[in-house]
Design a protein around this ligand. Structure first.
Ligand code: TBV
Length: 294
């Protein structure tokens, strides 16, 4: 009798540890030595566990991204990475979009993507620890978290993007815009994705983060004085009559002034950061989900 009890205990202990191993494999490796997080517990509840596990995975991923951004202020290039992955979308053919095709040749070798391997390499250790998250989701989460980390809006995020396989026909090199062209070109590019003029203006506010690099685009310098802070200063700067000589203004930035409605929105965002955050957030969600069926 005593033997039976003992062996039952051993068997159930073995089963329990196998279950823990399986759950760990499912949710990805744990970050350092943290106690079992909510999603581990959630995973033991069978129904509605997928959503809970994902919530747990999201907070674990965000924790890793926070650690990365504290160590390396790479938030701007993460926003650019996510944009260049999703910004290939063509609504007519349904091709392109946030499918992580950017990490493959020839797409990563397109001129517009110069320098973006830096961002992908920084995310690779996180992908290794979270094998269940797609690259496409990771790139988009890295971007929304970068914006939040930099003081910007808390943009809603959901998982569910599928990574392109090598079999996907590569997106042509001309899907992303040129920096030296004005409004008609911007419209060609953004209308192809399904955006309107107001959304072009809001999304342009992403240049509040980061800078251009001589060895990447050939341009040089930041758009604002604090390029690691997400605020409305991009609009404040481009509405100044006398440009600050220390700051960058591309043709495509000034293109927003070509149209009276766009110009009015630029002025509105320069005066009202909350309005910018609200509109930016909506446009960013749309950008991050182009062509994705969840
Ligand atoms: C960098 C220009 C997000 N954008 C950036 C560079 C250039 C442009 C410099 C690259 C480098 O040298 O490192 C030249 N990018 C463009 C232009 C277009 C474009 C003209 C035309 C549409 N940009 C952007 C959107 C978003 C960004 C919609 C994100 C939602 N881009 C972005 C960031 C940075 C660049 C955060 O396009 C800084 C990266 C609409 C860094 O610091 O490394 C603004 C708009 O796609 C043009």
């Amino acid at each position: 009798m005593a033997f039976m009890v003992a062996s039952t205990l051993v068997r159930s202990a073995v089963r329990a540890s196998a279950a823990v191993t399986a759950r760990r494999a499912f949710v990805g490796a744990r970050v350092a030595a943290r106690p079992a997080a909510a999603h581990i517990v959630a995973a033991t509840r069978s129904s509605s566990s997928v959503a809970s596990v994902r919530m747990g995975m999201e907070s674990d991923l965000r924790e890793r991204l926070t650690a990365l951004y504290n160590e390396t202020p790479c938030m701007p290039i993460m926003v650019r990475l996510a944009w260049h992955d999703s910004g290939t979308y063509d609504k007519e053919s349904g091709t392109g979009g946030p499918i992580a095709s950017i990490r493959m040749k020839p797409e990563i070798e397109h001129d517009a993507n110069a320098g973006l391997t830096v961002a992908m390499d920084l995310l690779e250790p996180i992908k290794k620890d979270f094998p269940d998250v797609s690259y496409a989701d990771l790139y988009q989460l890295a971007s929304v978290h970068a914006i939040k980390f930099s003081g910007g809006p808390d943009i809603p995020f959901r998982f569910g993007r599928q990574d392109a396989t090598e079999k996907v026909v590569p997106t042509p090199a001309d899907r992303l815009p040129d920096a030296d062209k004005r409004m008609p070109h911007l419209r060609d590019i953004f209308y192809r994705m399904g955006f309107n003029d107001a959304e072009i203006v809001a999304l342009s506010g992403a240049h509040t983060l980061g800078r251009a690099h001589k060895d990447r685009s050939g341009f040089d310098g930041p758009w604002t004085h604090v390029p690691i802070k997400f605020d409305n200063s991009y609009f404040v700067e481009i509405t100044k009559e006398n440009p600050d000589p220390a700051l960058l203004r591309l043709e495509s930035d000034m293109a927003l002034m070509d149209d009276p409605d766009c110009q009015a929105l630029v002025a509105k965002y320069a005066a009202d950061q909350d309005a910018f955050f609200e509109d930016y957030s909506k446009a960013h969600v749309k950008l991050s989900e182009l062509g994705v069926s969840f």
